[in-house]
Design a protein around this ligand. Structure first.
Ligand code: ATP
Length: 456
């Protein structure tokens, strides 16, 4: 992890949040390459779950929502984690994490049992001090709407994007007239006041989620659940992540969230352990029913064919974008040896690599080479966007630099190119060098776009 974090900082992927002020715990800033990677992942997700389908509708709801949303959803009453405090330093920890680290299985364990276990085992804080009582800590960030800060102006930063879709269910029904089954999809920020943010961007206080709420007839939930179970794996393959490192965990009844009848966690083998990457939940009609009761609005669906009215049930595949970025980086991070030298590089899929192609003239100080290379660059840039022009240092160093940020293809204009220009009057061939194998191939400039398209 240390190497990956260092590479992310050095190469402009991810920086600690507010770093010049000493950092702000649980926040991370994405730099130029990080935001490119993130946007490519978002686009891939949106394509698979929205634009490639006929039954999906995108929304982009406000982060600030009426506090009544969070009362109805159960978050005000129950969105909490077990907190325990070091009695000396007053530092706070997740009680379940401390127990897990002590080798205790916390599955199905309630807060009282955690408290008893910690006391029976006389568990100490990581600083070696005694611990206080375990208590629930609500993770929502509270804020005030408008100029007066009192109880009536309280609002929360959303802890999940899901509710933005449930509260717009009726709006989409009335404006788009979709037939069940259909889904709403959203990508956006979520905020959780995590007790102990850790493991780089794995657990932070501000992060992005990509979620689908898919509405079905209650008899259809099993089929849809299975469909999305497969879709999660397909998306993982789209990302180029090794599927062998992804494991399904069926959540036992004692650990299910209050809204769920079935949940599968998709875990990934991160360097710090096997941890949740995504979740898939059968949320029943819990949310639509709760919002119907709390808002007084009818959130049922009328089926024209069968002339029946019912409250749809919901299947929710939920993807953390930052955990996706982390899993792709961990999966891609590779160290090997090239020409007797250690090479550290990112084996990112061409579908998501921040830079797809880097174009160089073999030598920087030969204007004829530079001129042709600029033409090749402009042409590729117009087509793919994710293309850079790199003429710094010698060619070996450029390859290393591009390997390190995961650029799959380097195109080099050399003297053979110029010979071709001289002979034929048009630009002839260039070298294309492949990141993973280090192999090189000569390709006609006229075929370059097609060649690269075939590799993405
Ligand atoms: P965990 O058990 O790890 O806290 P969770 O079960 O609370 O996660 P969900 O409520 O199911 O997570 O949220 C859906 C997805 O959002 C998760 O699968 C994960 O990818 C992402 N996610 C949740 N919390 C965080 C966080 N603090 N930082 C980054 N991503 C997160």
């Amino acid at each position: 992890m240390e190497n990956i974090i260092a590479l992310c900082k050095r190469k402009g992927f991810i920086f600690p949040g507010s770093e010049i002020y000493g950092g702000l715990s649980g926040t991370w800033d994405y730099g130029p390459l990080g935001v490119a990677l993130k946007n490519n992942i978002k686009a891939l997700w949106w394509k698979r779950f929205v634009t490639d389908r006929e039954d999906m509708f995108g929304v982009d709801a406000a982060i600030l929502m009426s506090p009544r949303v969070w009362e109805a959803s159960g978050h005000v009453g129950g969105f909490s984690d077990p907190l325990v405090e070091d009695t000396k330093t007053q530092k706070r920890y997740r009680a379940d994490h401390l127990l897990e680290e002590a080798g205790i299985d916390v599955k199905g364990m309630n807060i009282e049992a955690m408290d008893t276990n910690i006391k029976d085992l006389a568990l100490k804080s990581p600083e070696g001090n005694s611990l206080g009582d375990v208590r629930q800590f609500n993770m929502m960030f509270k804020t005030h709407i408008g100029p007066v800060a009192n109880d009536d102006s309280i609002s929360y930063l959303r802890p999940e994007t899901a509710q933005g879709m449930f509260v717009n269910f009726k709006n989409v029904l009335d404006s788009m007239h979709p037939k069940i089954p259909f889904g709403l999809a959203q990508i956006g920020k979520a905020f959780r006041n995590e007790i102990a943010p850790r493991d780089f961007i794995f657990r932070s206080r501000e992060f992005d989620q990509m979620e689908v709420e898919y509405f079905v007839h209650p008899d259809q939930w099993k089929d849809s659940f299975e469909h999305f179970q497969n879709q999660v794996h397909e998306f993982i393959s789209d990302l180029g992540i090794d599927r062998k490192k992804v494991h399904e965990l069926e959540i036992g009844p004692e650990d299910l969230a209050h809204y769920s009848k079935r949940t599968i966690d998709f875990e990934y083998d991160f360097p710090f352990g096997k941890k949740e990457l995504y979740g898939l939940a059968y949320r029943t009609d819990f949310d639509l029913k709760s919002h119907t009761e709390a808002s007084g609005q009818d959130l049922s669906y009328f089926d024209e064919e069968s002339k029946t009215r019912y409250v749809p049930h919901c299947i929710e595949p939920s993807f953390g974008l930052d955990r996706t970025v982390l899993a792709t980086l961990c999966d891609a991070y590779t160290v090997d040896e090239v020409d007797g030298e250690k090479r550290e590089y990112l084996k990112l899929s061409p579908k998501i690599a921040p830079v797809l192609v880097s174009v160089s003239p073999l030598l920087k100080n030969k204007p004829e080479l530079v001129e042709v290379a600029r033409k090749v660059y402009v042409n590729l840039k117009k087509k793919f966007g994710r293309v850079t022009f790199d003429d710094n240092g010698n060619i070996g160093k450029r390859y290393r630099r591009q390997d390190e940020i995961g650029t799959p293809f380097c195109v080099v204009v050399d003297f053979e190119t110029l010979e071709g220009v001289k002979e034929t009057g048009v630009m002839d061939t260039v070298t294309i060098r492949y990141r993973d194998s280090g192999e090189q191939e000569r390709v006609a400039i006229a075929d370059l776009v097609e060649k690269i398209e075939g590799l993405v």
